[in-house]
Each structure stands twice: as C-alpha cells, then as structure tokens.
Design a protein around this ligand. Sequence first.
Ligand code: NAI
Length: 481
Amino acid sequence: MVKICCIGAGYVGGPTMAVIALKCPDVEVVVVDISEARIAGWNSDRLPIYEPGLDDVVKRCRGRNLFFSTDVERYVGEADVVFVSVNTPTKTRGLGAGKAADLTYWESAARMIADVSRSDKIVVEKSTVPVKTAEAIEKILAHNGRGVRYQILSNPEFLAEGTAVRDLFAPDRVLIGGRETPEGQAAVKVLKGVYARWVPEDRIITTNLWSAELSKLAANAFLAQRISSVNAISALCEATGADVAEVACSIGKDSRIGPRFLSASVGFGGSCFQKDILNLVYICECYGLPEVAEYWRQVIGINDYQKSRFVNRVVSSMFNTVAGKKVAVLGFAFKKDTGDTRETPAIDVCRGLLGDKAVVSIYDPQVTEEQVRRDLAMRKFDWDHPRHLQPVGEPGDQQPVAVTTDAYEAARDAHAVCILTEWEDFRSLDYRRMYDVMQKPAFVFDGRNIVDPEKLRDIGFIVYAIGKPLDQWLKDMPAVA
Ligand code: NAI
C-alpha cells in the first residue's frame, strides 16, 4: 500500500490530502508542518482554514487514515510518495525581489527529504513553482541522495479557495508531469492510480515536467487576465454610460469566450494570482522575452489601477476628502466563503482610505480583528513568510481602524459603506436600517456589484457600482485616475 506524506498543511496541503484520504481509505496520508499552531488546528474541532464542506471530510477520515503531525522527518522518512505543498512566496530581497518566487521553503523541504530518506521516493511538486524547478530539486536530491532514488513529478493544484472541496471532488482536470523515462512514467502511473480512485481517467492529463509546471502559471495568468480585461472595460463603461454587467453577459454568450469569470470588481486578490504572474514575468525576463513579460505585467497594472480608481472614487465623491469621516468596510476576505485575506484588495483600499485620513470600520464574517490589524501593518509580500518574521503591533495598531462583529455597527455614524467582498449575506442586509444610522448624504460604494443600485437610490443613498452608469452626483464629482 502506498504511504503518502504531505509537507505543508496549508490551504492546499490540508484539503487536498483530506480528500485523498477520504477517497482512498486504504492509503495512509500524513500531513506534516513545522507550524505547531497549524497542526494543532487541524487536530482540533476548529480547523485552521475555513472552507465549505471541509470539516465533514476531515472528521470522516482523521484518525482513520488521515493524520496531522509536526514530526516532519519521521513521516517523510516512512512515505513512498511525498507531496511538497509549502508556500512559494514572492522574494522580498535580493536578486529578483518583488517578482521572483522565493524557493527557500521548497529547497529546505527538499534538503530535509534527502536527509531523512532511506528508501526510494516519489516527490510531488504540489506548490506552484517556476518552470524548471523540478530540475533544481532533482539536483539537490541527487547530490545528497546517498543511494536513494527519487522521481520528481509536477502535480500543480487548481482548486479555488471557497470551493476547494467541490473542486477536489470533481476537478476539471488533474495534471501530472513526469520525466519521459521508464522510471518517470512508472512514477506517473503510481500517482495517476491515486487520483483514478475518484477522478475519471479522461480528466487526468499527463505531460512532461516543464509543461505541467508552466501550465499552472499560465492558467493563473489567463484567469487573472480575464478579470483585468473586464475591469478595464468597467472603467470605460463608467465613462460612457454602458453597463459592464450587460457587456459581460453579451460577450460571455460567445462560446469562444464563455460566461464565467467575467464579473467586474474592485480587483482580484488571493495568494496566487499576483505572485504567480510576477513569477511568470520574472521568468520571461530571465529567458530574454521582455515583450512577453510586459504583456503579463499589465494584468497586474490594471488590477492596481482598479483598486486605486475605487479609492479615488470614494474620496472624490465625498467632496474630495474623507479626513475624519467614518467609512464602513463590508468584507475583508479576498472573496466570499473564505477567511483568507492574502493580497485581498481590501488591504489596498483600506490603506488608501487611511492615507486620506478616513476612520475605517471593518466587518467580515470570517476574518478576525487580529488578522485585519496584522494585514494592515504588514509590508507588501511579507504575508507569505513565516509569522515570526512579520511585524506585529506596528503601524496598523495606531491607525484609526475598528473591527466590528456586525455590519450595522460598522455603518453607525458612517458617511459611506464600501462593499469589498461578495459575501451572500451582504445582498440581504437591511440597507434602510443602515441608512437611518448613517451620516447624510450617505454613500454606498459597491466594489463587487452585489446590491441593486436603484433600490439603494430609492432609500436615499448615493450609489457607485463598478462599471455601472453613474448617477448625477458622481458625474458632478469626477475621480482623477
Ligand atoms: P500556506 O502558506 O497556507 O501553507 C504552506 C504551509 O507550508 C505552511 O503551513 C508552512 O508552515 C508550511 N511549511 C513551509 N515550509 C515548511 C517546511 N520546510 N516543512 C514543513 N512545513 C513547511 O500555502 P498554500 O496556500 O497552501 O499554498 C501552498 C502552495 O500551493 C503555494 O505554492 C501556492 O502558490 C500553491 N497553490 C495555492 C492555492 C491556494 O488557493 N491557496 C491554489 C493552488 C496552488
């Protein structure tokens, strides 16, 4: 029987391994992490990440064939297949800082595997890595192997946070890349056998290593590009009186384009899109392809533009100043159904408003006050590095920020409400009740297009919704981009 160990009990390692354990009851799956707090969380009733359906999956197999442990070396040593699902953040210092992937955690995991292994192993890249990482890992393992043989596979993960369990149960595809040697192909067959327990064979794609590694970066770049494309169009809609929802619906009917991932918003966030595109940009530069690099860089450029355009709209609509004005922020997670705040647009919007001296009051059903303060105090790209290296108790603490447990409390005495996450509950809030306790004129800035602007205007709000026709107030107070 195959024994699996996964290094990294994060958003990917935890759910992915839980589903493998559920679907393969005869396979022992151990998820290991150097973070004691994370492992304690996975072993408790309150899992360290919020993901619909995950509690149930974990409860069904934890203690049976799914285990979480900090005894990294022991379980790696015993495993036949070692998944590596550690974080691969953007480098913050040195060569390639601000762009290149920081493979420190990956390399230390590889060296540890080499140190503790006494039997042959299949090492699976689950983390998103630069194309050609497998070659580097092979070298580290080969030079430290002491006779142990390794096969490296690339098996990038395509799950989306918020729908991780659903995605893992019924993936659009599973991608496995391996060496085109008999040993490489044998390793591919072993991993394919694991997924084939619940994924139809025609959805399991096998490729060479570099195609698999690059496919993950390319997939995220394409997805983010779609959002930036519709967001770019949203700015033109506001300028012309077109409605981005109508435009998106019309173009999405073209089967070559398709309807999904065409919602205009305040911008994309999450741990992956920006990081992976920057990584792609850096790789293109390294391979002497500056035009290609520049093309993809623009996807991030538009995303940054969209966030600052939103902040500018808030400030310009409110007589060009928000100094001392309370602004309620509804939603801090980077999207609904997750508590994940990594690279959430809410951080940039809140910072922009605080920069204009607003008093910000934040409500999110899944994000703790501690997390909000940590995020607002953190330097760019620091979030994906170990917590003990992150600044705590710095600028964010002194900032005029309140975190509430209730949307109405956030709105009390506020001049404006900014909706930054598309939580379903925000659609059905009692906006009249909010209006009654707010300063007047009262504004709603909907960064996710989840409220009906006309209904809110009937209540008395001045409403801005991304890419929607502007009302007279907003036309009279143009935002400077
Ligand atoms: P994460 O930060 O939630 O989890 C990574 C975990 O690895 C952390 O708990 C950390 O303590 C642990 N770790 C780091 N070095 C270690 C070591 N040497 N030994 C043991 N544990 C170690 O990261 P997340 O979100 O799970 O992402 C992991 C990888 O998967 C990244 O490369 C990411 O780009 C990729 N990915 C993430 C997706 C997402 O939705 N979050 C989706 C698809 C891919």
